[in-house]
Design a protein around this ligand. Structure first.
Ligand code: NAP
Length: 276
């Protein structure tokens, strides 16, 4: 069985690829840059170039593929790919039988396209990834032993990206996942302050939590290059976090038969990345 992994060089996709390889599956990895991808992916994975924004580049990628792991947004923060229905149609025409798709919350065009297709499909819907804190906090923890954040009491039931991948792999390889949606969280909801404390415990060093005012936070995001629309989204997600963002769900354990991994476990696995 050959499985096409899109986003294979990304945070979740690398876990999906490794887990599939360990299960003895033939993996084809889609990337826009095969040279860079070779440095990130295990030996034995066949790398194909293609761009999900340009579906006409995907013909080779689908050849002989039975199942696909599909991402639905680009590495532009929160930007949808907008080409998903076309990608779904191409996959179906190429003979792909099963699609596991990584989506955010809410119905979008990819869900509609999958439901209208003859393929088996499963939706994997994680809340915030634990790994997001690497981009947000790693640099200042390393250089200053501090985190500058807005609204330290904002809660999140962050999920371990390895657990997202493990659920996706079960849905790709197992039976009885067709037509299911799997909203995924970690096993607890932590505030930002608590998450920073968990990293401090993992690295054995104090980390100062410097709470930014809303204006300071907006300015920091501007300096990091975010558009005003994204900044507004970040502010609202902190102040008015939707219930789905912090309500702990049992889905990971139900699908995998083992508990979801904690943020403290994640922090211990990643402690070297926070040490200068
Ligand atoms: N971070 C979160 O909290 C969160 C929550 C829910 C859902 N998501 C979604 O989950 C998905 C995966 O996130 P991630 O963090 O694992 O990814 P990531 O680390 O941000 O990496 C992005 C991946 O997407 C691929 N990619 C981006 N644009 C592409 C395009 N036009 N054509 C082909 N491949 C493209 C990249 O491949 P190459 O660079 O190799 O081409 C890379 O593998 C994203 O769609 C994200 O929006 C994220």
């Amino acid at each position: 069985m050959t499985i096409l992994v899109t986003g294979a060089t990304g945070t979740v996709g690398q876990h999906v690829t490794e887990l599939l390889v360990r299960r003895g599956t033939s993996v084809r990895a889609l990337t826009r840059n095969s040279t860079r991808a070779r440095t990130k992916l295990p030996e034995g994975v066949r790398i194909v170039e293609g761009d999900l924004m340009q579906p006409e580049t995907l013909a080779d990628a689908f050849h002989g593929v039975e199942a696909m792991f599909l991402i639905t947004s680009s590495d532009e923060p929160y930007a949808d790919l907008n080409t998903d229905p076309q990608v779904v149609a191409l996959a179906e025409a190429a003979g792909v039988k099963r699609v596991v798709v990584l989506v955010g919350y809410g119905e979008g065009p990819v869900e509609e396209a999958l439901k209208a297709s003859s393929m088996q499909w499963t939706l994997v819907q994680p809340v915030e990834f634990m790994a997001n804190v690497l981009a947000d906090w790693r640099d200042t923890i390393r250089t200053e032993g501090a985190v500058r954040e807005f609204y330290g009491n904002a809660l999140s039931a962050r999920v371990h990206e390895g657990d997202i991948a493990a659920v996706a792999v079960e849905a790709l390889l197992g039976d009885n996942h067709h037509g299911r949606s799997y909203p995924l969280t970690g096993p607890e909801a932590l505030t930002r302050r608590e998450a920073v404390s968990a990293i401090a415990a993992a690295i054995g060093k104090d980390i100062r939590f410097i709470e930014l005012s809303e204006e300071e936070a907006r300015q920091q995001w501007r300096e990091q290059g975010y558009e005003e629309e994204s900044i507004e989204f970040f502010v609202q997600m902190a102040i008015n976090t939707p219930e789905v963002g912090y309500t702990v769900l049992p889905t990971v354990e139900q699908v995998l038969g083992r508990p979801a991994r904690t943020f403290a476990e994640w922090a211990t696995e990643h402690k070297r990345e926070f040490l200068s």
